[in-house]
Design a protein around this ligand. Structure first.
Ligand SMILES: [Zn+2]
Length: 129
């Protein structure tokens, strides 16, 4: 486990996240992720820390409104959010990590269009670390 840093485009939102240097991420085909091209690195809350930019974050919610889709109100980039599958953790957008600490990114496809079938228990487990 190493500390990665990342953030939004304008630099207001900055965070650090504890994860391996070889990242296992998922690409979801649901209505919002497919439009954003979001790559999910899902971590428990204690492995994520917001360093700055909390005041710049805006939240968007739809459907069950469990997920808190957070994005920077200045540059519009969604660098992390609270996912429906892990409402007690965070999903970090692997595309928003500073590249220097990322050795490898392995992408797994996730069928979020059929979310209820993917998560029959109504939520996901933490797999990494
Ligand atoms: Zn920004």
């Amino acid at each position: 486990m190493i500390t990665h840093t990342g953030g939004c485009h304008c630099g207001r939102v900055r965070f650090e996240v504890l994860a391996p240097s070889k990242l296992e991420v998922s690409e979801c085909n649901c209505s919002i992720c497919s439009k954003a091209g979001y790559l999910h690195l899902i971590v428990p809350a204690d492995r994520f820390r917001l360093l700055s930019g909390g005041e710049a974050l805006t939240s968007y919610a739809f459907n069950t409104r469990t997920a808190k889709h957070l994005f920077c109100s200045v540059c519009g980039i969604k660098s992390f959010y609270v996912p429906r599958s892990h409402p007690d953790g965070f999903s970090v957008n692997a595309r928003c990590l500073d590249p220097s600490t990322v050795e490898e990114v392995n992408i797994t496809q996730f069928n979020g269009r059929e979310w209820e079938q993917q998560y029959p228990k109504g939520r996901g487990e933490y797999t990494q670390g």
